[in-house]
Write a protein that binds this ligand. Structure first.
Ligand SMILES: Nc1ncnc2c1ncn2[C@@H]1O[C@H](COP(=O)(O)OP(=O)(O)O)[C@@H](O)[C@H]1O
Ligand SMILES: [Mg+2]
Length: 265
């Protein structure tokens, strides 16, 4: 019965090796429910991108991934359109207009959006605040504009699981806020699951439903952002002395005071 099935993604004992080096070690997340934005945090080189690539089936992996209780085949999720992955480094210049590139992504859907695809593309560009870019060439866009177009290409494919690797890195402050709010809204409305790599802890606290904290290939924390983003964890994982305090609006904020001397990590 549908009601009894667990709706969401479970990663079980996932490990990845590059040659003989084990880069991800036995990652088990428990159930990541549909409708949630899961923020993946961790220092440079800890394995965040590797985790997303392995989940997308782009790297050989050990372990299992279950969506709604059913095992996803290695790589098959992406082919079925269930899983859409946006890499950290977006592909180079493509000779296409913005709206054409999103149409191409729409037409790659297994069901297709049919005659409605043009209006679906227009509506999505509007919701993302980039209607004015529709007729521009991709190669002419700024880094931040390209990131938003790439997000449109990902969303139009109606994924069950959306994997975003640092999608805010080139966006200005306002765009970061707007894009996170949109990701949250779309994730809830489509009942999909979004896993997003970020470096900004305050964005994770504000817009994340759940946080995964990775360090040296191991999962150091998994839970509500306020449970995972604590001074003790920030000292252990990032090597910083930090405060997590309520602001005048009652929300949690992180303040970094100092980098800890190496011996104190
Ligand atoms: N293609 C590769 N071959 C060998 N080692 C790699 C490769 N890609 C990444 N690594 C190594 O794997 C580790 C994790 O990298 P990555 O997942 O990119 O980290 P993050 O995204 O957290 O910054 C790093 O030590 C990195 O040097
Ligand atoms: Mg990375």
């Amino acid at each position: 019965m549908q009601g009894l099935t667990v709706q969401g993604l479970t990663v079980e004992a996932l490990s990845v090796h590059y040659g003989r080096q084990r880069v991800l070690d036995n990652i088990s997340t428990g159930l990541l429910p549909r409708g949630e934005v899961i923020v993946l945090l961790g220092p440079n080189g800890c394995g965040k991108s590797t985790l997303l690539k392995a989940m997308a089936g782009l790297l050989p992996r050990q372990g299992r991934m279950l969506l709604d209780g059913r095992e996803l085949g290695r790589g098959r999720g992406q082919a079925e359109g269930k899983l859409v992955y946006l890499p950290q480094n977006l592909p180079g210049d493509v000779r296409l207009r913005v709206d054409e590139s999103v149409m191409v992504a729409a037409n790659a859907l297994r069901s297709g959006l049919g005659d409605d695809s043009r209006s679906a593309v227009e509506q999505l560009l509007h919701r993302l605040g980039i209607s004015q870019l529709a007729h521009r060439q991709l190669g002419e866009l700024s880094g931040g504009q390209k990131q938003i177009v790439a997000l449109a290409q990902a969303l139009i494919r109606e994924p069950d699981i959306l994997l975003l690797d640092e999608p805010l890195s080139a966006l200005d402050l306002r765009r970061q806020f707007e894009v996170m709010r949109l990701i949250q809204t779309e994730t809830r409305q489509r009942n999909m699951l979004t896993l997003i790599v970020l470096h900004d802890l305050n964005i994770a606290l504000k817009h994340g439903d759940r946080t995964l904290l990775l360090n040296q290939g191991r999962l150091q924390g998994c839970g509500l952002p306020a449970e995972v983003i604590t001074p003790a964890q920030l000292a252990r994982v990032f090597g910083v002395s930090a405060r997590v305090e309520h602001c005048s609006h009652g929300r949690l904020n992180v303040l970094i005071d100092a980098a800890l001397p190496a011996g104190k990590l």
